[in-house]
Design a protein around this ligand. Sequence first.
Ligand code: ZN
Length: 133
Amino acid sequence: MRVVISRGLLEQIVALAADSADEICGLLLGQEGRIEAIASAANVASDPARHFELDPAVLIAAHRAARSGGPAVLGHYHSHPSGVAAPSATDAACAAPDGSLWMILGGGEVTLWRAGPDTAVNVHFTKVQLDRR
Ligand SMILES: [Zn+2]
């Protein structure tokens, strides 16, 4: 599968990650197959240099907006300031196999993944082609 994102929006996310020594995070909003906006969120993890946890208020607000006709919540993005652009063991442990998109920034790269079911308890990340337009 592939997902479209504008170059401008992608550059915005890359700039947020480049500016931060901590992992940055936020939501990917839009419609199926197309990321149209982001909602940056505070990283409220206790160790934000190595983990991320989206500010739940941002999540709640985005889901509420989606229910009242706003853009769908497709997934989220986060960065690995000193790692690679691939799901970490922690990411795999924390992910729910709910089909949401995971955008990961690290080592100057951006990758996109879909967290799908593997077994009932394990998540399987499938790489998604990011179509930059
Ligand atoms: Zn991660």
